[in-house]
Design a protein around this ligand. Structure first.
Ligand SMILES: [Mn+2]
Length: 348
């Protein structure tokens, strides 16, 4: 682990030890690292005799919920915006897997410091360190893995239930160890330890994490069939619109379930330097997933392209942004931003 971890882990435990009523968040657009780390930490702190509340600011997408419902404490997750909670009921807010306040709430009125001390534990290198205490390990580790390390430092036993929480977090965030951002040799080691601790049926867990409904495959296929090459094939760009979902009997919300894996599949291109998926979030609101995990073209930094947008950020190999406008306008903006970041790619 990093120097920051070694320097801060004692302070982090001091904060956790001294708190009796702990609030933990699940971030907007929840993933299994967010849910797994929150529920894993909840279980550990409850064993230590603390009152713990885990909340989500929005309902967890059905597909994620289906996978996470087997995790300890899932049924007790509170659905509330943090601004609607009475923060005087808590001694400590542990903010997990969230690099800025916009990940905690969609309400722009949320500003820090809050009336309750905030302990940030995260792995996004762009984390704005908005808490009083911030443990941010910027590369090679996901939040679930950082929490596992914290338990080891403290000498705490990890239960099989907690092992499952963290294992699902690691497998999902690393995209089965493919996604370089949160993956390191430590991720493999920790996953192996968690399998042993929990006696985890890992082939089944991983199959369940990656299995998809037939509609999922059909809508994803509809999106992939629209992929087009730009910059002489150095960029591959596709779209995922409400029309793709509706064509196969799904609603607009379906896009949120499938855009990430569709973007990951685009990044399997054996030749593109960068792959982009523009996915529909509103009538004129678009999410942009950018992937640059082709090891032959490590010079491309997805987060650099994402930061060209007013709302964008992420990791070197995978980043995201949000933009307003018509699909054609957003597409042109994406291509322009790629060209501005990497003029050597030539003309779109
Ligand atoms: Mn994460």
């Amino acid at each position: 682990m990093t120097d920051e971890f070694n320097n801060l882990q004692k302070l982090v435990w001091e904060k956790l030890d001294n708190a009796n009523r702990v609030l933990i968040n699940i971030h907007v657009n929840a993933d299994l690292d967010s849910i797994g780390s929150a529920l894993g930490l909840r279980s550990v702190l409850k064993t230590m005799g603390k009152n713990v509340t885990v909340f989500t600011p929005e309902p967890i997408a059905p597909e994620k919920a289906n996978r996470a419902k087997q995790l300890i404490g899932f049924s007790e997750i509170l659905f509330s915006d943090i601004l609607d909670l009475n923060l005087t009921n808590y001694d400590l807010f542990v903010c997990l897997d969230s690099d800025n306040p916009g990940r905690i709430s969609r309400n722009k009125a949320l500003t820090f410091p809050l009336s309750v001390p905030t302990l940030v534990i995260d792995h996004h290198h762009e984390n704005t360190r908005f808490g009083e205490t911030n443990l941010v390990i910027g590369h090679g580790h996901c939040t679930s893995e950082i929490l596992y390390r914290l338990l080891l430092e403290k000498g705490l036993a990890v239960t099989p239930e907690v092992a499952l929480c963290f294992f699902m977090g690691i497998i999902t965030d690393t995209d089965r160890f493919r996604f370089e951002g949160p993956t390191s040799a430590d991720s493999y080691k920790v996953a192996g330890e968690l399998i042993e601790i929990g006696n985890l049926d890992f082939p089944r867990i991983i199959w369940e994490l990656q299995s998809k409904s037939n509609a999922y495959l059909q809508v994803m296929g509809s999106s992939l069939s629209q992929a087009k090459e730009y910059f002489s094939g150095k960029a591959l760009l596709s779209k995922l619109t409400w029309a793709d979902a509706i064509k196969y009997g799904q609603g607009p919300e379906f896009i949120k379930d499938i855009y990430r894996v569709t973007a990951d599949t685009m990044s399997d291109s054996d030749s593109a330097y960068v792959s982009i998926l523009i996915y529909q979030l509103g009538e004129t609101l678009w999410g942009i997933s950018i992937r640059s995990n082709n090891p032959n073209h490590a010079e491309i930094d997805s987060s650099l392209i994402a930061r060209k947008f007013p709302k964008g950020g992420g990791h070197v190999h995978g980043a995201g942004a949000v933009a307003n406008g018509s699909l054609e306008e957003v597409e042109q903006l994406v291509l322009k931003n790629i060209q501005e970041c990497y003029p050597d790619l030539g003309q779109p």
